[in-house]
Design a protein around this ligand. Structure first.
Ligand SMILES: [Zn+2]
Length: 132
């Protein structure tokens, strides 16, 4: 029996229990707004294991946002060859704002994936579900 690698399940947004069913409908960047499925189509694991469970994903999303914004700030500085100093604050605000906007679908998706795969002790990978 072949196990689905964890990194694959995380990158692809698969169910943490069977690593086969999709957590989300659609892709991050599509015409349809992505939604979180209620249950895994493959193993029936409920994703929102308690009411309001995904509020916790906001903290994950917040941490991701901070890392992204700081990275974008440094990237802006280095890509401009250090020419953008404090007087060019508008550049930083613009780049960080636009970057955050573009990354928000990914943050929505991966904050929930990280919550379900790494921060949910109640949900464990079960190899017996990881098959057709
Ligand atoms: Zn599943």
């Amino acid at each position: 029996m072949k196990k689905t690698p964890k990194w694959y399940a995380i990158v692809k947004g698969k169910c943490p229990q069977c690593r086969r069913g999709d957590i989300f409908t659609g892709s991050s960047y599509g015409f349809n707004i992505q939604r979180t499925n209620t249950n895994c189509a493959h193993c029936k694991q409920r994703f929102e294991i308690e009411p309001g469970y995904f509020y916790a994903a906001m903290y994950v999303s917040y941490a991701m946002n901070m890392v992204e914004m700081i990275s974008m700030g440094f990237a802006t500085y280095y890509l401009s060859g250090g020419r953008l100093d404090f007087d060019s604050l508008g550049w930083y605000v613009g780049v960080i704002f636009l970057g955050s906007l573009l990354l928000s679908p990914l943050n929505y998706r991966y904050s929930r994936v990280i919550l379900l795969h790494w921060l949910s002790p109640k949900i464990k990978y079960k190899a017996e579900y990881d098959q057709e």
